[in-house]
Design a protein around this ligand. Structure first.
Ligand SMILES: CC(C)(COP(=O)(O)OP(=O)(O)OC[C@H]1O[C@@H](n2cnc3c(N)ncnc32)[C@H](O)[C@@H]1OP(=O)(O)O)[C@@H](O)C(=O)NCCC(=O)NCCS
Length: 149
């Protein structure tokens, strides 16, 4: 496997993180709409630390919560990808598919499009028999992405 693994969907480039992603990612993590189902908004420092952790997991494994970029504008809009949850869950050990996109880019099908590629990667390239996803009971947008995939 080439490390880190990157790929394209119809409208998106799904890739390793770069330094210029950190600022827009901090805006995403400071947006109450995006963070509605998380315990708190992230400060710039917390957001950068998270981006660094995600980036280094991709460097080490070749896969993870990839940065998502719109092909035509080269704009970073958040992350979609695969992750091994650190908390123990009833269905651990597992690999989850997850997503977090800038709210101005919701409702365009980007999360579903990127998730389809990530799931295909997990099944074909990683040989996973199962990929899980979980969210808050009221996070209907996230549940919709799960249903569509
Ligand atoms: C969860 C999240 C990624 C979903 O984003 P989203 O934009 O609603 O999801 P999708 O990319 O699948 O877009 C679906 C919508 O795009 C619409 N759409 C527009 N153009 C489309 C196209 N070309 N192709 C497909 N769908 C399209 C669909 O009709 C659908 O609209 P609807 O929801 O009104 O029915 C987003 O809400 C988010 O980042 N939330 C905050 C983080 C979060 O909660 N993450 C999950 C934690 S567990």
């Amino acid at each position: 496997m080439t490390l880190p693994f990157e790929f394209n969907s119809e409208r998106l480039h799904i890739r390793q993180w770069q330094a210029s992603d950190f600022e827009p990612f901090a805006r995403i993590n400071a947006d109450p709409k995006v963070m509605k189902y998380f315990p708190n908004l992230l400060t710039r420092l917390e957001s950068d630390a998270l981006a660094e952790r995600i980036q280094s997991l991709i460097t080490n494994r070749g896969w993870g919560f990839w940065a998502v970029e719109i092909k035509y504008s080269q704009e970073f809009i958040g992350f979609v990808g695969l992750h091994v949850p650190t908390t123990i869950l009833p269905f651990s050990p597992c690999v989850e598919v997850g997503w977090r996109l800038e709210s101005t880019h919701w409702g365009k099908g980007y999360a579903t499009e990127a998730a389809a590629e990530a799931i295909q990667f997990g099944l074909d390239r990683l040989g996973l028999a199962e990929i899980v996803s979980f969210t808050a009971l009221k996070n209907y947008r996230s549940q919709n992405v799960m249903k569509k995939n």
